[in-house]
Ligand binder design. Sequence first.
Ligand code: SF4
Length: 345
Amino acid sequence: MSDKFCLDLTHDELKTWCREKNIPAFRADQIYRWLSSGVINLDEMTNIPLSLRQMLDADFVFGSMTCVRKLVSEIDGTVKFVYRLTDGNVIETVVMRYRTGLSICISSQAGCKMGCSFCASAKLGFGRSLTSGEMFAQVILSQREVEERIRSVVVMGIGEPFDNYDNLIGFIKLATDKDGLNLGARHITVSTCGIVPKIEEFTRLDSQVNLAISLHAPDDELRRELMPIAKAYSLDELIPACRDYAEKTHRRITFEYSLFAGVNDSEAHARALARLLKGMLCNVNLIAANEFPGSAYRRSSREYVRKFQETLETMGINVTLRREMGTDIMAACGQLRRGIEEDKK
Ligand code: SF4
């Protein structure tokens, strides 16, 4: 028996498998449609003959992640799922409701190696990278559960997607397949802490996927304190790579900037940030920092956020304020998983 996870298969791979087994091509389309709609249990694939289901069962793993917790926010309808992978690792997925429809934030790894000092996920260390099918499964299983089409995907949950590059690209292929979920590339956003060679590789793909960069500081010294990745890649390398992405793809880059009281939220920081990004097709997304037990950081006051925003705007930078979603269900990245893993211990 193969240990290939059924959702890791692309439509073309499924067609090839059918061809090799002398099964008509339309069967591959039928199976792919079932999988893309979140039906992973072979018994539910009612238009597939039993003999073919048995062949599939012999060649692929059809077990999937299981939802171990589902929380629905009473404030804004945000839904948070905690999924347990087949090997016991736990990940989080969040579905958010916007005026434009549902958006999902998926994890790319169980845990994260990047060690950002302000991040709840980093505190639990690294489990493993997810396969492309496991990233895809979060979208289709959650979509089935909420019974409504998901319009956009952000790869911004637990993990660093560019530390799992090949599976990320595989996921994008699965999510954009015309015969499957059929999401437009412009409806997918990948968020990275700034692994420069991978940003460059991503640029060469010439896709229309949106890129978001976790920046959080306008200078190397402060950024190194907050994010160890800044020791490997300075802003002198990161910012030109981002400019290049924006110029080649014509997509506006988002710079994520969490405001930590007394750390990175002064007017001088705002000015330095505006100078750093000057002239780039981009916007800065200001985030009220995620406070969790044990964190050394506190969020900036509203007054500081407002001043920071004003300074950036006066200096010609587009600014958005990230709306806080699901605050009553700990929807911010990593908080629930952390609770579950600590309970286990
Ligand atoms: S902020 Fe992102 S990259 Fe940094 S440790 Fe957390 S999950 Fe990893």
